[in-house]
Design a protein around this ligand. Structure first.
Ligand code: 1PR
Length: 465
């Protein structure tokens, strides 16, 4: 219930509701959380943000008697804002992992986008709105760019912050050369490029379309012990109003006291702290290997569990491949590609071996095989790194990015090697990458994000300015 300054929020426990909370508070309203169906009945205005999978959300609504209350609230014509899934649930049914029955307040079925015309699905990114009538409702949105999980998109530029604890115990933004993040000095210290919250805030102001945090030692430390990381997300999400992705250490885990945490719990904590997407590295490699071996989707991998609850669009798989040169593409059972530039011994081909634990261990699976498998298992996006190119500033690995972005129909984020604005236009003109990510050039202030965008615009590539 509540007075004029209260908005009732239906948070059913999936997805990042923090950004909606921040927005409501920014507008000067207090938030009343729905605890029971009574709270819906008594609401004066109700917001229903929905990120996640249709079936899982319907389950929660039905289980707690919220569905009925929601229907009578909306039928009595009271103020209601359904966001994304929060609107879709009002339809009769959804094709998402279904058909699954919805609330049936709006006639129609929620269908999947057609990807046969070359559109990547899910479509994830920033776009300009073309407003056909004279509606002023969106006048406040600057030049009318909006983040879509939809069907047309502008090319996003993503700033990536690799974070880890340095030897003094501070969480710092670091950046490696081919994944080696230590200074080559006597002290051998972890490179320190700044403070995570400050840098993320700066990149947002500079025009980054998305910000990613990768907790690069998450594979050995358990992320839920890393309260600092969660704190960083909370602070960042207060000031950074572009999608936030966080990765590192997402897996099932049993702590020293024998308490078991599912990867879903880990991810949920990240989402609650302000992440819009989570990114899985090592654990996705193991899941893909298992899937390719057995041909069975167990539903138990972190990838499958998290995408089932939060939706595919919330799950990024980060691939850390290393080039293995070949004279003959038939020498390995993994997909090899012809290289634009031959290897050190004149090799004309290479396959890309996936690694785990921050590049420390090579696995018997190629980037191509991994990408196809994780698409099957429910990944919504692929963050495609390349250890050979990381931190080198010599350009993206076009051969790799071309091979992977042609192989899957989910968006591929090109990463590793950006050193100049031309590298960004090159990757978009030569491959089907859907976004480009860079770290070092932004941290070292060599090239501002704005210059990258101005260059892309000049080259005829649509970006959010
Ligand atoms: O395996 O689920 O715990 O996830 C670990 C995550 O941490 C993975 O996403 C993995 O890519 C990342 N990671 C692990 N070790 C490192 C390292 O650098 N030692 N960083 C690491 C990955 C790579 C990029 C980088 C680009 C662009 N960083 O994201 O930002 O290469 O760099 P550039 O523009 O400077 O060339 P898990």
């Amino acid at each position: 219930g509540g007075g004029d300054s209260v908005v009732t929020l239906l948070d059913y426990g999936a997805g990042n509701v923090r950004s909606v909370r921040n927005a409501i508070r920014f507008l000067g309203f207090d938030i009343k959380d729905v605890q029971t169906s009574e709270d819906i009945v008594n609401a004066k205005r109700l917001i229903f943000p929905g990120v996640g999978a249709f079936a899982a959300a319907m389950d929660v609504l039905n289980r707690n008697g919220l569905a009925e209350a929601l229907c009578s609230y909306i039928e009595s014509d009271q103020p209601f804002l359904g966001i994304c899934l929060g609107l879709q649930l009002l339809f009769e049914s959804s094709e998402e992992k279904g058909p699954v029955k919805g609330l049936g307040l709006i006639p129609g079925v929620v269908g999947r986008f057609d990807s046969s015309n070359g559109c990547r699905v899910p479509h994830i990114g920033w776009n300009a709105l073309q407003i056909k009538d004279d509606s002023e409702i969106l006048d406040d949105i600057g030049n009318r760019h909006v983040y879509f999980v939809h069907s047309y998109r502008a090319i996003p530029v993503i700033a990536c912050l690799d974070v880890r604890t340095n030897d003094k115990g501070d969480l710092v933004v670091t950046k490696g050369d081919q994944y080696d993040v230590r200074e080559h000095t006597k002290e051998n210290e972890v490179r320190n490029l700044g403070k995570p919250v400050e840098l993320a805030g700066q990149y947002y102001l500079d025009g980054a379309d998305e910000v990613s945090f990768l907790n690069i030692t998450g594979f050995r430390a358990f992320p839920l012990d890393d309260l600092l990381m969660l704190q960083i997300l909370r602070y960042t999400s207060e000031n950074v109003f572009v999608p936030l992705t966080v990765g590192g250490g997402i897996r099932d885990f049993t702590d020293g006291n024998g308490r078991y945490y599912s990867s879903l719990e880990v991810a949920s904590e990240y989402f609650r702290s302000g992440a819009d997407k989570i990114s899985i590295g090592s654990d996705a490699v193991y899941a893909a290997e298992e899937f390719l071996k057995t041909g069975v989707k167990t539903g138990k991998s972190s990838l499958e569990q998290i995408s089932r609850v939060y939706g595919n669009q919330a799950v990024v798989v980060s691939i850390d491949p290393r080039r293995v040169y070949l004279r003959n593409p038939d020498d390995v059972k993994f997909k090899a590609t012809r290289m634009r530039n031959p290897g050190p011994n004149g090799e004309e081909y290479a396959w890309y071996q996936c690694t785990v634990n921050g590049g420390r261990e090579g696995r018997p699976i190629g980037a191509y095989e991994l990408a196809k498998a994780v698409e099957e298992l429910g990944a919504g996006e692929i963050l495609l790194n390349c250890i050979d190119c990381d931190g080198q500033g010599k350009g993206f690995d076009i051969d790799l990015i071309q091979m992977i972005s042609d192989a899957v129909s989910i968006p591929v984020i090109a990463s590793s090697g950006a050193g100049a604005v031309e590298h960004f236009s090159e990757v978009f003109s030569k491959t089907n990458a859907s976004a480009a990510l860079a770290a070092g050039i932004f941290h070292r202030k060599e090239v501002p994000i704005q210059s990258v965008k101005e260059h892309l615009l000049k080259e005829g590539i649509e970006v959010r300015i």
